[in-house]
Design a protein around this ligand. Structure first.
Ligand SMILES: Nc1ncnc2c1ncn2[C@@H]1O[C@H](COP(=O)(O)OP(=O)(O)OP(=O)(O)O)[C@@H](O)[C@H]1O
Ligand SMILES: [Mg+2]
Length: 354
């Protein structure tokens, strides 16, 4: 997949950006607060239907405007089609190849990964980010994962509603069977995916960090105990809290670096490198499964990294062979295997310079 043309209107400080991207390397450079991250955020919004900075829809609409519009012309397997997202009076609307769709249609049309200065949170932050990481790969690798995940969420919601309502609590057992079936299916799909991804995760991380890394999947309930037994053991706590405490929504990926828990790695740079290697591995695994390239967005990759580490991060990013859009404060900080297409951004106005 390659995104050829990209337009963003009334998105953050970008009043009207319209660019032809190179199919390999692109650099957006400009001063602080010029609009570099906003540009990547807009691109990522087109592939996700939401902000990677966690901003609500209203926050990304340009101040003083009512709606934003994003459009991309995407080439896939020799065919071109349009992808569009806008937030109009009826809320967020997405179109892929002239069909209306949602976040999963966008994600399938424009698979992308992001490395930004907050990426270290994938290692240092809470488990939900690592679950999202696992689920992103599973979405692209495991057929039918998104439907399975939605069914599981519905069953979880229903069970939680049952826990909160004394009148409904007697039917909890009836729902448990469905909850267990869907939990086990989600768990099995994740395990299959991780088994296939393990070698790539290890290779990417060991190359980037030059140390020994291990990844251990934690399923979301006590090991060695069936989910049925875990639910029974957790029942009083579940009722008390009004929500289910065991299941795949509590899973995690435990990271160890040279026998230390990666969360407690002293250096922020090391946390960033480990997180970057996970992102690169995710992109590689998805590319192999899909047989198509994943768009890689690098927001200020130089932040926190020494020259050698930045060099390794870039080298491993280029090795993926996908389309790349990177931002930088200066025009020539990042070194590419060939001349990238350069864009200068100033006060939200983006201009191609070569
Ligand atoms: N909804 C909005 N409407 C208009 N401007 C906005 C909106 N949200 C943020 N901005 C502004 O957009 C500008 C660009 O922000 P952005 O984060 O893209 O800068 P940047 O080039 O990535 O800077 P840095 O180098 O510091 O990371 C900021 O001045 C910010 O205040
Ligand atoms: Mg920025």
């Amino acid at each position: 997949m390659t995104i050829r043309r990209f337009k963003a209107e009334r998105f953050r400080c970008l009043a009207s950006a319209d660019v032809e991207l190179a199919s390999d390397y692109n650099v957006i450079f400009g001063d602080n607060a010029s609009g570099k991250t906003s540009f990547l955020e807009a691109l990522a919004y087109l592939g996700r239907g939401k902000s990677f900075r966690g901003a609500p829809t209203q926050a990304v609409v340009q101040h003083g405007c009512k709606e934003f519009v994003l459009f991309g012309r995407v080439e896939k397997e020799g065919r071109e089609f349009g992808v569009g997202v806008e937030n109009g009076p009826e809320g967020l609307a997405a179109r892929v190849d002239n069909q209306s769709g949602g976040a999963s249609e966008l994600a399938a049309a424009l698979p992308l990964q992001i490395i930004d200065p907050d990426v270290h949170n994938l290692v240092a932050g809470g488990p939900e980010q690592r679950r999202r990481f696992i689920d992103w790969i599973a979405f692209h690798v495991e057929h039918g994962y998104v439907d399975l995940w939605r069914q599981f969420r519905r069953a979880l919601k229903q069970r939680n509603a049952g826990l909160r309502s004394p009148a409904m609590r007697h039917s909890l057992e009836a729902w448990d069977a469905e909850y267990i079936r869907l939990s086990m299916a989600v768990d099995a799909a994740r395990r299959r995916m991780l088994e296939g991804a393990a070698a790539v995760l290890t290779r990417q991380s060991e190359k980037l960090l030059e140390g020994e890394i291990s990844f251990e999947y934690s399923q979301g309930w006590a090991g060695g105990v069936g989910l049925e037994a875990a639910l029974a053991a957790s029942r009083d706590r579940d009722v008390q809290q009004g929500s289910t405490q065991v299941g795949p929504h509590r899973a995690d990926l435990k990271l160890r670096y040279d026998e230390r828990q990666a969360k407690r790695l002293v250096s922020r740079g090391q946390q960033k490198l480990l997180a970057c290697s996970m992102v690169l591995a995710a992109a590689e695994v998805a590319q192999d499964a899909l047989g198509q390239r994943v768009l890689l967005l690098l927001d200020d990759p130089a932040a926190e990294l020494d020259r050698a580490a930045l060099g390794r991060l870039l080298a491993q990013s280029f090795e993926l062979g996908g389309q790349l859009v990177a931002t930088s404060l200066e025009e020539n900080t990042l070194t590419f295997p060939k001349r990238p297409r350069r864009f200068h951004v100033k006060q939200g106005v983006i201009t191609a310079v070569n």
